[in-house]
Design a protein around this ligand. Structure first.
Ligand SMILES: [Zn+2]
Length: 164
């Protein structure tokens, strides 16, 4: 727990820079990766990979999908990420590695302690809740599939019965 609070303190240190590669604009170095200012430091803890630069940080949350290799779960995560990225600016829609969800914190977000707390909370809870979300998705899918098969079978059995 204490480690996480150190991370939170570090994020408060994020500062805007002028990226020479991008004509002096403050572009997230963790995405750009083209100049020396944007040097990336990678660190690991539990289910997280953190890539830190002077003005931005990527937090990759591993949801353990690789071991399960479940297509419905992978697809559900993809859809959830697209939806969440539209609703919450820090959440990235792209896959860094299949089966993770990535958060980007930049210097602008780091200025707001409430935003940092929200991101921190998301990082600490999402990976714990994901198995439940994934099982809801699978249940919904199975329900649809069972219902559909029943309908098609019913049609198949009964469509021509009356005419014979
Ligand atoms: Zn740069």
């Amino acid at each position: 727990m204490s480690d996480r609070f150190i991370i939170l303190e570090e994020w408060k240190e994020l500062k805007p820079i002028e990226c020479p590669q991008r004509g002096g604009i403050n572009f997230p170095c963790v995405i750009c990766r083209e100049c020396e200012i944007g040097d990336v430091t990678t660190s690991f803890e539990e289910h997280l990979i953190l890539e830190s630069t002077v003005n931005s940080v990527l937090v990759h949350i591993d949801l353990g999908l690789k071991e399960r290799n479940d297509d419905i779960e992978k697809f559900s995560l993809k859809r959830v990420k697209i939806g969440l990225s539209k609703a919450i600016p820090a959440i990235q829609r792209s896959d860094w590695e299949e089966g993770d969800i990535t958060i980007m914190i930049d210097d602008e977000m780091a200025k707001d302690p409430v935003t940092l707390q929200k991101i921190h909370y998301f990082i600490n809870t999402f990976h714990r809740e994901w198995p439940r979300f994934a099982s809801q998705a699978k249940q919904a899918f199975t329900k649809w599939e069972t219902q559909l098969v029943r309908e098609i079978k019913f049609d198949y059995d009964n469509k021509f019965n009356e005419k014979i």
